[in-house]
Write a protein that binds this ligand. Structure first.
Ligand SMILES: *Cc1c(COP(=O)(O)O)cnc(C)c1O
Length: 377
């Protein structure tokens, strides 16, 4: 059985839109796409009057090298969020198919599924947020086409052992596509499972430049998967997903110098994570700091609402995750610069803040933000 047998038959049969940039290349006088022949004001050599390459070869090549896969196994899109959406649309028929998620986890899997009209089945994580492969497999019904595993998981921070991913990949072959979201894997002790792709056609891996690579604003993410899956998703990918300035920003970040800087920053974030975990755990009012393999810590408080407000009064916004199952007393705190982290510790150690400082730092935009529902990371 091919992995494509799991996909929507109508998408497999779809005649994709054929853009001018796809149909012809190599010419020097480009009069086929109704673009402006002249660069815009302030262009400075970017060439933004032309539509971008749908899958820029240099970026695909750089990401394939970075992730240790072949170019045909890479689809680049607007963040891994776009890849999640494309997967759901390509594999799930509205009103018939389903995705399987393990709460508490990243919200976009369920949101994309619901927008598509696919059901969302849940196989909750254990009380310690570890993933029980057998419990997950028991929850897979014939309707499930995609199984999302977030590793390390957001918002708990817990990693998923490689052996568990292998067990799932084996057991799900022919039944569902296993999608491992590695948004935070750069911060983890255990590396990526992307090297398993060649052995498991039913495995896909999500990567992003938004976290460790400091490029959340450029919106560049990748799906690593079997070339058949990449080819299928390219049929439904919008014609020109990647803006030129974003591609250039990504290529600069992936240069030799950029890679060295990222490696140093990841090392610092890991060191700060260890420092913060120990310091937070020693504070009064902190019940527990969950072990984390990501660039954030989920922290349990005696009164999480009070801690949230005290931080906000000091101008520090953290994520209120109390609405997630198993985290009703927790906040998720991203690892910042050492100075920012010190501020968090100071505020939480010192009880209530001086009212004057609160008034100075608290902008109206920040009010109430942490309670917003929604999938945002
Ligand atoms: C932040 C995050 C993403 C990232 O998404 P982009 O669209 O690439 O910015 C994906 N998955 C998880 C679990 C995240 O926390």
């Amino acid at each position: 059985m091919s992995v494509l047998d799991l996909a929507r038959p109508d998408i497999r049969a779809l005649q994709p839109y054929s853009s001018a940039r796809m149909e012809a290349s190599g010419g020097r006088v480009l009069l086929n796409a109704n673009e402006s022949p002249l660069a815009p004001f302030g262009d400075e050599g970017l060439g933004a009057n032309r539509y971008p390459d749908p899958q820029p070869a240099a970026l695909v090549g750089a990401l394939a090298a970075l992730y240790g896969v072949r170019r045909e196994q890479v689809l680049v899109g607007r963040g891994s969020d776009e890849a999640i959406d494309l997967l759901v649309r390509a594999f799930c028929r509205a009103g018939q198919d389903a995705v399987l998620v393990q709460p508490p986890t990243f919200g976009m899997y369920a949101v994309c599924a619901r927008i598509q009209g696919a059901a969302v089945l849940e196989a909750p994580l254990a009380a310690d947020f570890s993933l029980d492969a057998e419990a997950l497999l028991a929850a897979v019904t014939p309707a499930v086409k995609l199984v999302f595993v977030c590793a390390p998981n957001n918002p708990s921070g817990r990693g998923v052992p490689r052996a568990t991913v292998e067990r799932l990949a084996q057991a799900l072959a022919g039944r569902a596509l296993l999608v491992v979201d590695e948004a935070y894997v750069e911060f983890a002790d255990e590396g990526s499972v992307a090297d398993l792709l060649d052995r498991h056609e039913h495995l896909a891996v999500l990567r992003t430049l938004s976290k460790a690579w400091a490029l959340a604003g450029a919106r560049v993410g990748a799906l690593l998967a079997d070339p058949q899956v990449i080819g299928l998703l390219r049929r439904i990918l919008p014609p020109y997903p990647l803006p030129l300035p974003c591609v250039q920003a990504a290529l600069r970040a992936l240069s030799g110098e950029g890679r060295a800087q990222t490696a140093a920053r990841v090392a610092q974030a890991r060191a700060e994570r260890a420092r913060m975990a120990a310091a937070l755990a020693a504070l009064p009012g902190v019940r527990a700091v969950l072990p984390s393999q990501a660039n954030f810590l989920a922290v349990r408080f005696d009164d999480a609402g009070d801690a949230y407000r005290r931080l906000l009064d000091a101008g520090i916004v953290v994520r209120d995750v109390r609405r997630y199952p198993g985290l009703a007393d927790a906040l998720r705190i991203t690892i910042g610069t050492p100075e920012e982290n010190d501020r968090v510790l100071d505020v939480l150690a010192s009880g209530r803040n001086a009212a004057g400082e609160a008034a100075l730092l608290k902008g109206p935009v920040l009010e109430g933000r942490g309670f917003a529902e929604g999938p945002a990371s």
